[in-house]
Design a binder for this molecule. Structure first.
Ligand SMILES: [Zn+2]
Length: 288
């Protein structure tokens, strides 16, 4: 069943768990995520990239994901990820997204706040006051959709680590219901071992009651991720590792399935299995 993202995350935190969120560029991956969530008896979040949502086909994908969430046997939320374009936010919500990351983290502090507030105003004017808004404070290095090796916490000429001293003011003025933080996590691949700044995360967690969100979880070892919920991190975003697994599967299996009578259906089954295995692993890690 489709559910409010904030309710899903808060109820997981109350059980000492976090909810995984998976970027879905396509419906095959989304089906696999929902199947894994149903098998685990846990909720999950389907993320749509802003570049996806900026196209007519992407908006149709959002509508399809909403239908998938409605029919799921466990709570599922559909979120527009990392959007800074108000038009994309409005279109994605009109198409069926029930939550949005209004991401002004690359902007100066006051402009970041203004973007989140404008996003809320646009959605309210559209009659979508119930949409859940995540905001981001601190700059994450890396690219959401393409992975290259990155040093953790280097930033990309943006704010770098979340400044915990800004957290209370930022949350109060944006009205955000979840807060994405930069604590040494990056989008894409980590160069060497990721060094998460648990001290910074702890400092943030004591300053706000809203759930925190960790982006760029691919590459962070499971023994680190299991600590997240204790720091009020209720949502953990995965993308790169999911893509890596699917692409490796397709690379290995395309030849055999072509030889097997151009068997696209069989190949899609392997795609599904790869994504489902990954999602099952993430679900299990975050509920330990
Ligand atoms: Zn992200």
């Amino acid at each position: 069943m489709r559910t409010r993202l904030d309710h899903l995350v808060v109820s997981a935190l109350q059980q000492g768990a976090a909810v995984p969120a998976f970027t879905c560029y396509d419906f095959t991956t989304a089906l696999a995520v929902v199947e894994a969530a149903e098998a685990a008896g846990r909720g999950a979040i389907l993320l749509v990239a802003p570049k996806t949502a900026a196209t007519p086909n992407g908006l149709r994908l959002i509508s399809a994901l909403r239908g998938l969430a409605d029919s799921a046997g466990v709570p599922i939320a559909v979120q527009l990820d990392h959007a800074s374009d108000l038009r994309v936010i409005a279109d994605a919500v009109a198409a069926g997204a029930d939550s949005v990351l209004a991401d002004g983290s690359s902007l100066p502090y006051e402009e970041n706040i203004a973007l989140v507030r404008e996003a809320r105003a646009v959605l309210e004017a559209q009659g979508h006051a119930g949409v859940v808004i995540e905001a981001e404070l601190g700059g994450l290095a890396g690219d959401e959709d393409r992975a290259f090796g990155l040093d953790a916490g280097t930033g990309t000429g943006t704010a770098g680590l979340t400044d915990s001293a800004q957290v209370e003011d930022f949350v109060a003025r944006t009205g955000a219901q979840l807060l994405a933080v930069a604590v040494g996590n990056v989008h894409g691949k980590y160069k060497g071992e990721p060094q998460l700044r648990w001290d910074v995360l702890q400092d943030i967690a004591v300053r706000t009651h809203i759930p925190l969100v960790l982006h760029g979880a691919s590459g962070i070892p499971a023994e680190e991720l299991v600590k997240a919920a204790a720091m009020n991190v209720g949502k953990v975003n995965f993308n790169t590792e999911l893509r890596t697994g699917v692409l490796a599967t397709l690379e290995a299996q395309t030849g055999p399935y072509r030889a097997d009578g151009e068997n696209l259906q069989g190949l899609l089954g392997k795609w599904n299995a790869s994504a489902k295995d990954f999602a099952a692993g993430a679900l299990s890690t975050l509920t330990k």
